[in-house]
Ligand binder design. Structure first.
Ligand SMILES: Nc1ncnc2c1ncn2[C@@H]1O[C@H](COP(=O)(O)OP(=O)(O)OP(=O)(O)O)[C@@H](O)[C@H]1O
Length: 579
């Protein structure tokens, strides 16, 4: 649904609020603009002086005086323009810096439930395209808009001062021009928003193609993806074309109204001069003033176009900034060094509340225990970890840590107490060193190598020609699955948190890698409370307690041998190698 222009108005108000933080620079801009623009009145005055006085009286010295005055005024005006452009660029860049920073901060703090509903391409478009478009609103709106409006006012005032009857007549087209501008903005605003959305959708598809390039190639889905992309690209082309058509009609129509005013002035002016109502000098002065009056109006049409489309972008940026549910990382008691007594009590949770994923779930972990969680895929194992880290909060029941509800602790200290190794062992594009330092930002070389040794990753890093400075590629694609997991474990070692959450990878690794990963886990779990989503028999066998999950509930718990005897479902899982 196209939005009403009122939301663009509120976006404009919000942008002004941003500008308020830099009000001194805004004021300086305004003062420079007023001074610079006022100087336009000098030249028409000089023209009148030449025509009515200097030429008839053959005043040669007057030529020098009037010429000097005009050159001085032009020079000062252009100099002020230079200063204003410099100030404006600093002002604009500071505002955009603030806006970008706030947007990134907000995105980083929004809850995961928001990301579940959002496409990555759309978020990227807002940062990469909508923020610069918002920047143009400031540049054009303040720089061009302000000076154009000032120029219109100043030239109108001088025209009225020179001859008010004449001024009234030549301004007849102005209301039509204003109405045209208003209609244009009203028509374009919602369509500009649709164009931004079409661009976002196209970028989302591109993002998916890049991240899923291996799947596309292996399923030879290049043509299908191309068709999807072409469809999105076509929608973008159509919406852009519609905007350009509106502009193609609007711009010359408004230009014609302006030119009509000029012709009217010339004809009426000629008549007035013949009748002796105004002097030839005054007519010349008027022609120049009218030029100064209509020239910024033409400029304002361009500004109008940029403002309308830019405000549609600003609205999309503010939509993210206005999202509710931002995580307050600091609120709550600081958890100093958790003992690791964890209890899930009667937990009920669904990512969408109407679709429960966990129901009446109870689970107890004693400090320094290792518990293994097993269950078929989709039974809710990873969800337990998402709740313990407070990526999501349960709809019913409570989770306690060391006897206190986890909501009593600040998110930051709770998450600092937990090292979470996810199943995909995600690595950031960059070096091994940078990825490890996410665990401890000031880790020394010795600490990095020690963590790698514990994670059984030292050997392959040492063998790499660049060692710790080896690039891992986007999401760690330049490493094997087993290597990625061991780097992720080394990162968890460095974090040295009292609670370890490990989502074992289901993808097969060779025997040697499996042995190394198992060995790393043995070292990592020492002196820590460990919750492992287990897929390997060796992990299950060595756990203190195994929890068997089925469809969001805990079916049984106990040790491996006990469960083999008492739980038919567990036996089934074990025999089908679903562990
Ligand atoms: N972000 C999400 N939004 C909506 N539903 C989700 C989300 N994440 C998981 N689910 C759903 O919740 C259910 C439990 O998922 P969960 O990831 O906890 O299962 P799991 O037991 O860890 O499975 P696996 O062993 O395959 O990782 C599944 O039905 C899944 O489709």
């Amino acid at each position: 649904m196209p939005d009403r222009p009122s939301s663009s108005l509120s976006a404009a108000r919000r942008l002004l609020q941003f500008a308020r933080a830099h009000w001194r620079m805004a004021l300086l801009q305004f003062v420079l603009a007023v001074f610079g623009t006022s100087l336009i009145i000098v030249f028409p005055g000089v023209v009148q002086w030449f025509v009515d006085d200097i030429i008839p009286s053959k005043d040669i010295a007057g030529i020098w005086k009037a010429g000097g005055l005009a050159v001085g005024a032009f020079f000062l005006r252009e100099f002020l323009f230079y200063v204003r452009t410099r100030v404006n660029s600093v002002f604009e860049q500071r505002m955009i810096f603030d806006l970008r920073g706030q947007l990134h901060r907000k995105i980083a703090r929004l809850p995961l439930s928001w990301f579940d509903r959002q496409s990555t391409g759309d978020i990227l478009t807002r940062m990469a395209d909508d923020v610069p478009a918002t920047q143009r609103v400031i540049l054009e709106g303040i720089e061009q808009g302000l000076t154009s409006i000032l120029q219109i006012i100043i030239s109108a005032v001088v025209m009225f001062y020179t001859n008010s009857a004449f001024a009234l007549i030549v301004m007849i087209p102005t209301p039509f021009i204003a109405a045209g501008g208003w209609l244009f903005a009203r028509w374009v605003a919602p369509r500009a928003k649709l164009a931004r959305e079409a661009s976002s959708h196209m970028n989302s598809l591109l993002h998916d193609t890049i991240t899923g390039i291996r799947q596309i190639k292996s399923y030879t889905a290049e043509d299908t993806k191309q068709e999807d992309f072409n469809e999105a690209s076509h929608r973008l082309r159509q919406s852009q074309q519609r905007l350009m058509t509106a502009w193609a009609v609007y711009s010359p129509l408004m230009g014609f109204f302006g030119s009509f005013g000029l012709v009217m002035l010339l004809s009426l002016g000629a008549y007035g001069t013949i009748q002796g109502e105004i002097t030839t000098g005054e007519l010349f002065k008027f022609i120049f003033l009218l030029g100064f009056f209509f020239e910024p109006i033409a400029r304002l049409h361009g500004v109008n176009q940029t403002l309308v489309t830019g405000l549609a972008s600003a609205e999309r940026v503010f939509k993210i900034l206005d999202q509710e549910g931002e995580e307050d990382l600091e609120r709550g008691q600081a958890l100093i060094r958790a003992q690791g007594a964890i209890e899930f009590q009667d937990i009920g949770f669904g990512y969408q509340p109407e679709k429960p994923v966990l129901q009446h779930l109870h689970l107890t972990v004693h400090p320094r225990q290792t518990i293994a969680i097993v269950g078929a895929t989709g039974s809710g194992k990873s969800t337990l970890f998402q709740l313990l880290t407070r990526f999501y909060d349960p709809q019913s029941g409570s989770i306690t840590l060391d006897g206190k509800d986890i909501t009593a602790y600040s998110r930051i200290s709770l998450r600092d107490s937990i090292a979470y190794v996810t199943q995909d062992a995600f690595l950031f594009a960059g070096t091994i060193r940078e990825n490890l330092r996410l665990g401890k930002h000031d880790a020394t070389e010795e600490e990095l190598w020690l963590a790698l040794r514990h994670a059984c990753a030292e050997e392959f890093v040492r063998q790499h020609p660049n060692g710790l400075d080896a690039q891992v590629g986007e999401r760690g694609v330049m490493l094997s699955g087993g290597e990625r997991q061991r780097i992720a474990m080394a990162r968890a070692f460095l974090k040295d948190a009292p609670i370890l959450l490990l989502d074992e990878a289901t993808s097969a690794v060779d025997n040697r890698s499996e042995q190394l990963i198992q060995q790393a886990l043995e070292t990592l779990r020492q002196d820590r409370t460990c919750l492992v989503i287990a897929h390997r028999l060796s992990t299950v066998v060595s756990a203190d307690v195994i929890y068997v999950m089925r469809q969001g509930e805990v079916l049984a718990h106990g040790r491996h041998e006990e469960l083999l005897e008492s739980c038919a479902y567990y036996r089934e899982l074990a025999s089908l190698a679903l562990l």
